[in-house]
Write a protein that binds this ligand. Structure first.
Ligand SMILES: NC(=O)c1ccc[n+]([C@@H]2O[C@H](COP(=O)([O-])OP(=O)(O)OC[C@H]3O[C@@H](n4cnc5c(N)ncnc54)[C@H](O)[C@@H]3O)[C@@H](O)[C@H]2O)c1
Length: 246
């Protein structure tokens, strides 16, 4: 029988929390991974209050030892996943010429290498389990078209798209698909760190005339994570109200 376990990183806030709810609503047990223990615990409590099943786990995806440790913990407590959603990410808007090498490293460690490390450990579990699976990586439209004040982040998210395509080619022989969801500007705590004028300007620029809500992104994740979508792999789907048509 196919495992119903879904592992979601960054499930303690914003888009990751909505994804965890969406997968739990479909009857999956959701492992909610986050560096923010309280946030992950709140997501679990909310899912359980609605009759779903979830467990909270601590991870710092920028630390490869922490990723290895959580992969063992999740397997011991919940088994191997059938769905992995690499959602956790981080950014700060800053003109590139004012950034530092510590900042570049942090951006790449979390957004790109965190996704790589998580995929390494959990894809190995999926292959050992032998039932196929789904990997969905959350990129960003900045990784498709670039974004001012987010040059290094755009590079990291573009890297996520290339990594997802490589994985797609290597893993489809194991019936594991690998796809990207690429959000446009989305109404989450991360977006709320941006200057207020930016949100106003985006509301005018987005053809749908509003930011995405986390639930809009979740719908695209559920599409790629669906058991009936075994032949779509290596693809990137923008969810941006028409802002980006890359
Ligand atoms: N909000 C947007 O406008 C937007 C647009 C495009 C892409 N994205 C991407 O969507 C994803 C989710 O972003 P969000 O807007 O929900 O942000 P958020 O800040 O609300 O949530 C991100 C979550 O990731 C967790 N996290 C951060 N660093 C971590 C680490 N090292 N290890 C484990 N967990 C960590 C945080 O604790 C938080 O719970 C990110 O990959 C982000 O880059 C967001």
């Amino acid at each position: 029988m196919t495992s119903t376990l879904a592992v979601v990183t960054g499930a303690g806030s914003g888009i990751g929390r909505a994804i965890a709810h969406g997968l739990a609503e479909e009857g999956r047990l959701v492992a909610c991974l986050d560096i923010n223990r309280d946030g992950a615990a709140e997501t679990v409590a909310a899912i359980e209050a609605q009759g779903g099943q979830a467990r909270a786990f601590y991870v710092d995806i920028a630390d490869t030892e922490s990723v290895a440790a959580v992969s063992r913990e999740v397997q011991d407590q919940c088994g191997s996943p059938w769905v992995l959603v690499n959602n956790a990410g981080w950014n700060q808007i800053q003109p590139f010429l004012q950034t530092s090498s510590d900042f570049w490293k942090k951006i790449l460690d979390i957004n790109l290498l965190g996704t790589v490390a998580m995929s390494f450990h959990f894809a190995n579990q999926m292959v050992e389990q032998g039932n196929g699976g789904r990997i969905v990586n959350i990129s960003s439209d900045s990784g498709r078209v670039g974004s001012s004040g987010e040059s290094v982040y755009s590079g990291a998210k573009g890297g996520v798209i290339g990594f997802t395509k490589g994985l797609a080619r290597e893993l489809i022989r194991h019936k594991i698909t690998s796809n990207c969801v690429s959000p446009g500007p989305t109404n989450t705590p991360l977006m709320q760190t941006a200057p207020p004028k930016l949100a106003e300007a985006l509301n005018r620029a987005i053809p749908a005339r509003r930011l995405a809500e986390p639930a809009d992104i979740m719908q695209a994740v559920r599409f790629f994570a669906s058991e009936s979508n075994g032949y779509i792999t290596g693809q990137t789907l923008s969810v941006s109200g028409g802002l980006t048509m890359a």
